[in-house]
Design a protein around this ligand. Structure first.
Ligand code: NAD
Length: 524
């Protein structure tokens, strides 16, 4: 057991709140703490669950699931709407906690709160519509009817990383609850308190305590126990961990959604509004200090716009205010962990050594805090460099000049990921044509990263090594359900197989006739 005196909470955060949040976890004599990125001082100690605790927690969630599932969907949605309102009301505390645990700038914490409130309001309002019973024509027209209902899976496990401990960790829980599941979340070890404050507010909104529970502890130890106890697993994190999770889920034949890594490209076409593209690039590359799965790490700029774009982008990047600060007066905060600082430093050093040019940034800033790194722009990056194709997940971007759209698209499609992309152009039709040729689950035209993930009625997720499944939209809630088909037959005829065979032959002939008629006289 580690006994560590944590640094006191930031001004404005009630110390008793931290104790109350810790008490929401299953008790354990084993505690661990992470370090506050702004200062390097210990964060509060967190009780660590063991695999047996995870199994017991999931069993409790399972016992509560049927009653929760029996409640009308409108009731469940109402609770989530109330939850959304409470999250908005407690925005200041959520932002402060999130900044303390992750070192992000306040503006990025506030955007995150806004994002999760929007998810709660969206699924609160539209969840019932997505889950609505539907009917389809059955095997014998007018005689058989198919009824489709979306039944909850049962218990859903949710594992999310530290970079968006509210938007990702809670945003994926909300639709699971509205669909009638109970949920067990494994909190990330860096930012459990943010998630626990959300849990407290959900219970305050009327959610029965057993229906959503949180455990904390190392992913490698608790992940397998969680997968073994649930009926579906929603994972957000690295591609390497995602593969392990997929293997374990496959063993149990349970479904999973995997929201994984990215090395997202931006294309600036010859006709782009260059200044706007530079502003968009600053947001897309340096928000959350670049620790963003949908952040841009590669920019392909048409030769004719290259110099203007680089000048505007570098100028705006140099103007960013980087600091450890709990006010809205900074534009970029700290990296969150020593691991992220290490990867970022390694990628830039490797690129520099192999001939890349650093246009701005390129250094750690221990004078600002132990994990700070400057927003960094590179050119002359070549395929042999780590930063060329590996995800940095830090404030580093490479710019490449390209002679035409075809080259930009081909370059954008290199590598193993396919999460998000951005295209800048004044011609929206051309922009959509370029987007259609990019291998990515989301493409933002004339925006760097945000508009697709903030369009909550539309699915969001990755192609290739960026994952499986989608969050948001109908896909984001239906993934937590089992569609059940019930057919009703108006004339209950237990006809012999011989007659059934004749009926099938007659229906097939009719289908063939209809198909050839449709082919000959297509509808205009
Ligand atoms: P990670 O895979 O190391 O950890 C993510 C979470 O999984 C953590 O909570 C961790 O405790 C847990 N975990 C670790 N090993 C596990 C195991 N064997 N079984 C179950 N759980 C386990 O990822 P990270 O490095 O902390 O996060 C950054 C990565 O996440 C980046 O690659 C980033 O692109 C990706 N990410 C993707 C999205 C998306 O929506 N596609 C969003 C945010 C981050």
């Amino acid at each position: 057991m580690h006994t560590v005196t944590s640094s006191s909470p930031p001004t404005g955060l009630d110390a008793t709140l931290v104790d109350e949040l810790r008490s929401l976890l299953p008790p354990s004599a084993d505690t661990r703490h992470a370090l506050a990125p702004f200062t390097g001082t210990p964060l509060p100690s967190i009780p660590q669950a063991h695999p047996e605790t995870v199994a017991a927690t999931a069993a409790l969630a399972r016992s509560a699931a049927p009653q929760w599932a029996r409640r009308p969907v409108a009731d469940r949605a109402r609770i989530m709407l109330r939850f959304g309102r409470l999250l908005a009301e407690h925005s200041a505390d959520l932002c402060t906690l999130m900044q303390w645990e992750t070192g992000k700038a306040r503006v990025h914490a506030a955007i995150e709160v806004h994002g999760v409130v929007s998810v709660a309001l969206h699924y609160g309002r539209h969840g019932a519509r997505y889950l609505r019973h539907r009917q389809a024509p059955g095997s014998i027209p007018r005689v058989v009817r198919a009824h489709i209902d979306y039944r909850p899976k049962g218990v859903v496990g949710v594992i999310a990383p530290w970079n968006y401990p509210l938007f990702l960790a809670v945003g994926d829980v909300i639709p699971a609850l509205i669909a009638g599941n109970s949920v067990v979340s494994k909190a990330d070890s860096q930012a459990p308190l943010t998630l626990l404050l959300a849990l407290k507010l959900a219970r305050q909104a009327g959610l029965p305590p057993e229906v959503w529970q949180v455990v904390a502890g190392p992913g490698a130890a608790l992940g397998p126990a969680l997968i073994d106890s649930v009926d579906y697993l929603c994972f957000t994190g690295s591609t390497a961990t995602g593969r392990d999770i997929a293997r374990r889920c496959a063993e149990r034949l349970i479904g999973c959604s995997l929201e994984l890594g990215g090395k997202n490209p931006m294309i600036v076409r010859a006709d782009a509004a260059v200044d706007a593209a530079a502003v968009g690039a600053v947001q897309a590359c340096f928000s959350n200090a670049g620790q963003m799965c949908i952040g841009i790490e590669r920019i392909y700029v048409h030769d004719s716009a290259y110099e203007r774009f680089v000048r505007a982008f570098v100028e705006r990047t140099r103007a960013l205010r980087v600091a450890a600060d709990y006010s809205f007066d900074t534009d970029m905060g700290s990296l969150t962990s020593a691991r992220q600082l290490d990867v970022t430093t390694r990628h830039v050093q490797d690129a520099r050594r192999k001939g890349a040019k650093v246009l701005c940034g390129g250094l750690a800033r221990p004078d600002l805090g132990p994990l700070f790194y400057e927003p960094t722009i590179l050119t002359n990056v070549t395929p042999g460099m780590l930063v060329h194709s590996e995800e940095t997940f830090g404030p580093v971007v490479s710019i490449y000049p390209v002679p035409d759209d075809a080259t930009a698209i081909a370059e954008a499609n290199t590598g193993r990921y396919g999460l998000s992309a951005s295209v800048w152009t004044r011609d929206l039709a051309e922009g959509r044509s370029v987007a259609a040729q990019i291998i990515a689950g989301a493409v933002n035209i004339n925006d760097g990263y945000l508009s697709a993930i903030a369009s909550l009625d539309a699915p969001m997720g990755g192609m290739r090594d960026s994952g499986l499944g989608r969050r948001h939209g109908p896909e984001g809630i239906l993934r937590y359900t089992e569609p059940q088909t019930v057919t009703t037959q108006r004339i209950p005829t237990p006809y012999p197989d011989r007659h059934r065979w004749l009926l099938v032959r007659a229906l097939s002939s009719f289908a063939r006739l209809t198909a050839s008629f449709a082919q000959r006289f297509p509808r205009r």
